[in-house]
Design a protein around this ligand. Structure first.
Ligand code: GTP
Ligand code: MG
Length: 171
């Protein structure tokens, strides 16, 4: 519907919204494409691809429509100089200050417990109803997977759903 640079561009009309939140390169845009089974969101092997809040309308059969939101990632080194980081935080804060928002926090299953992911969860689960998924689960062996999921659930003290945009697991 819109690529929002700030609160003025956010859609009005009160549809429920589910936003993807997570570090740059964790797989937010890929998960949106996997869920919608369309190449709507641009993805990249290099971090920092998504720079605006890209808002999609999901309308499927008789199911109630909602917005799926692809937010820019955090923790991208080249954003650390100030401006970009500030704009990410301002954008995210303004986004979740609105009604009827909820979030999926994406954590790379290979890197459980990074400091900025913990900080994101601390903030996010107070700001909106939120759930956690462990991404790129296809990259882990069976034993790595068991260990990673156990570690993730102990760090975040919540259920962590394993997902893969490549195999479709967890969608
Ligand atoms: P930013 O827009 O920079 O914040 O990144 P993003 O979180 O949107 O990540 P994106 O979806 O662009 O994916 C980053 C890289 O990870 C791409 O090279 C994807 O192909 C890869 N990737 C994403 N999801 C998966 C997955 O489930 N499995 C594997 N193996 N690779 C994945
Ligand atoms: Mg992206």
């Amino acid at each position: 519907i819109v690529s929002a640079a700030g609160p003025r561009d956010f859609p009005r009309g009160g549809l429920p919204e589910v936003a993807m939140v997570g570090r740059s390169n964790v797989g937010k845009s890929s998960l949106i494409n996997a869920l919608t089974r369309q190449r709507v969101a641009r993805t990249s092997a290099a971090p920092g691809k998504t720079r605006l809040a890209n808002i999609y309308l999901v309308a499927r059969g008789s199911a109630p429509p909602f917005h799926l939101v692809d937010l820019p990632g955090y923790g991208y080194a080249r954003q650390a100089k100030g401006e970009e980081t500030t704009s990410f935080e301002a954008l995210t804060e303004a986004f979740f200050a609105r009604e009827r928002t909820s979030a999926v926090l994406l954590i790379d299953a290979r890197h459980p417990g990074l400091e900025n992911d913990r900080a994101a969860w601390q903030w996010l689960h107070r700001a909106a109803p939120a759930a956690i998924v462990g991404t790129k689960i296809d990259k882990l062996t069976r034993s790595e997977r068991t260990r990673a999921l156990r570690q993730l659930e102990s760090v975040f003290e919540d259920t962590v759903l394993p997902v893969s945009a490549v195999t479709g697991e967890g969608l």
